[in-house]
Write a protein that binds this ligand. Structure first.
Ligand code: AMP
Length: 289
């Protein structure tokens, strides 16, 4: 497995790949777990070459967020990636990606980036779109892999690629969970003791919403459910809980399978912010959403 740290090393490596072979890209911020691993394995299965990027992108963190303490474990990450069969890893310092300081270009994807995490974390989706655009241009992959755990991120990246004719295909991958249902996340490392137990607030609330999907159109159902959940999980502080059309990320006209409604949740356990989502009916074909 080749380890690349500069744009020039990456360019040289990319140049040598045969045009007849497919390259899969898996962008990550490192501190890898089995969720990231599933994306890498999917890319290794689909493509002759797989490039994984490890870069904690400063432009997607707000001023009061956890950029400085975001977990980093390059050695552990490289061991896992070698085992999974990645061809190369691009792990540049910030100065290689933003040599002139933060990008001057701002992205907005109307209707998709102003809700959910886009609303709770101003500037976050712009930072995500900056870094994926930079990585797509530097690496020129045939396919890029994104987890449905970050559903909104997946939808905005898919829209960017589709509407601006980026020459690659976006492949969504299912959420990988711990045995008790908690969605795997690099930030789960922050959770200790009771906070780890109460992190189940997210998944448990989503499952109860799905179980109550036929009643959700009746006024009060959602509020009653949420009040009960907050009593069960007093350590969890809700950021948002929304049911949106999985294609447009706008409020669905009705809560029926035709609207592909997806429930989205974000909550703080202490200082740790976690997100999760669940379709209220199984997805039709995710890549068509
Ligand atoms: P991150 O390192 O958090 O930026 O995540 C890198 C990629 O891994 C993103 O496409 C995430 O959606 C994906 N990912 C993170 N956690 C999971 C998970 N539990 N299951 C599936 N994909 C995930």
């Amino acid at each position: 497995m080749k380890i690349l740290q500069s744009r020039s090393e990456l360019a040289l490596w990319r140049q040598k790949l045969s045009p007849a072979k497919k390259l899969g890209l898996v962008p990550t911020m490192g501190a890898l777990h089995a969720g990231h691993g599933s994306l890498v394995s999917q890319s290794v299965a689909d493509n002759e070459d797989t490039l994984v990027t490890i870069f904690v992108n400063p432009t997607q963190f707000g001023p009061d967020e956890d950029l400085d303490r975001y977990p980093r474990d390059l050695e552990g990450d490289l061991a896992l990636l070698a085992q999974l069969g990645a061809t190369a890893v691009f792990a540049p310092p910030v100065s290689e990606i933003y040599p002139q300081g933060p990008s001057h270009i701002t992205f907005a994807i109307h209707g998709l980036d102003d809700r959910l995490c886009g609303a709770s974390r101003p500037g976050h989706m712009n930072g995500v779109l900056q870094i994926v655009t930079i990585l797509f241009h530097l690496t020129r992959p045939d396919r890029a892999y994104f987890g449905l755990k970050d559903y909104q991120q997946y939808r905005i990246i898919q829209t960017l690629v589709e509407e601006l004719y980026f020459p690659l295909e976006i492949r969504p991958c299912p959420i990988v969970r711990e045995d008790d249902g908690l969605a795997m996340s690099s930030r789960n490392r922050y959770l200790e003791g009771a906070y780890r137990e109460q992190a189940l607030f997210l998944q448990d609330t989503l499952q109860r919403l799905r179980a109550a999907r036929e009643q959700l159109c009746q006024p009060g159902t959602l509020d009653t459910l949420l009040t009960a959940q907050q009593a069960r999980y007093p350590l969890a502080r809700l950021d948002y809980l929304e049911i949106l059309d999985g294609r447009t990320l706008s409020p669905p006209a009705a809560i029926t399978p035709e609207q592909a409604p997806v429930a989205f949740i974000a909550a703080y356990l202490g200082d740790t912010r976690l997100i999760d989502n669940l379709p209220l009916w199984d997805y039709p074909v995710v890549s068509d959403l």
